[in-house]
Write a new protein. Structure first.
Length: 180
């Protein structure tokens, strides 16, 4: 393994730590992470192309090329149906029970499963921000991909998660995520 590959693995692991230790609503952790390398990474890229073709989103195909050229991809998801019982209405329902009733009778034909707890989505955003901050501190090129998260959920890589995003990592002489 060359130094760049070793560094990517270390950075990906540190990103997992950043996501795990990021603040969470009521201190309850519903964040799930998985790091993909090698064949798993190639499989994700192929599936992103398939999903993009199936739903007609060209950016999935563009993003898949970045995933294929990456050294690793951190997938961060959230169990967004696990509400806090606050009845805050952020999800669009008056009570957490109403949200859960809608979730349980929801449509499985959407890219993300919902409705979900707004506070859990904030937790996910904070975890993603913490992870990319760690990548940036260590000078690893990265980008947050909605498309990679959709494909990862479709592949069943994060069971019980309602929402996920992918963060591919690259350490090369030129940022592969910049001129796409």
């Amino acid at each position: 393994m060359n130094p760049e590959e070793e560094a990517v693995r270390t950075i990906a692991n540190l990103m997992v730590v950043s996501a795990r230790t990021a603040p969470k609503g009521k201190g309850i952790d519903t964040i799930v992470t998985k790091v993909l390398y090698g064949d798993e990474l190639a499989n994700l890229a192929t599936h992103m192309e398939d999903v993009g073709t199936q739903i007609g989103y060209q950016f999935f195909i563009r993003d898949a090329k970045n995933i294929a050229a990456s050294s690793a991809c951190l997938i961060i998801g959230c169990r967004g149906a696990q509400n806090l019982g606050l009845n805050c209405g952020g999800c669009g329902y008056s009570t957490c029970k109403e949200m859960m009733d809608a979730f349980n009778s929801g449509n499985d034909d959407t890219l993300f499963k919902g409705p979900v707890c707004a506070i859990r989505m904030a937790d996910l955003g904070i975890a993603i921000g913490s992870a990319v901050k760690t990548a940036q501190i260590h000078n690893a090129d990265n980008r947050v991909f909605f498309s990679a998260g959709v494909a990862a959920l479709s592949l069943g890589l994060l069971p019980d998660c309602t929402t996920a995003y992918g963060i591919p990592l690259s350490i090369t002489g030129k940022n592969i995520f910049f001129d796409r």
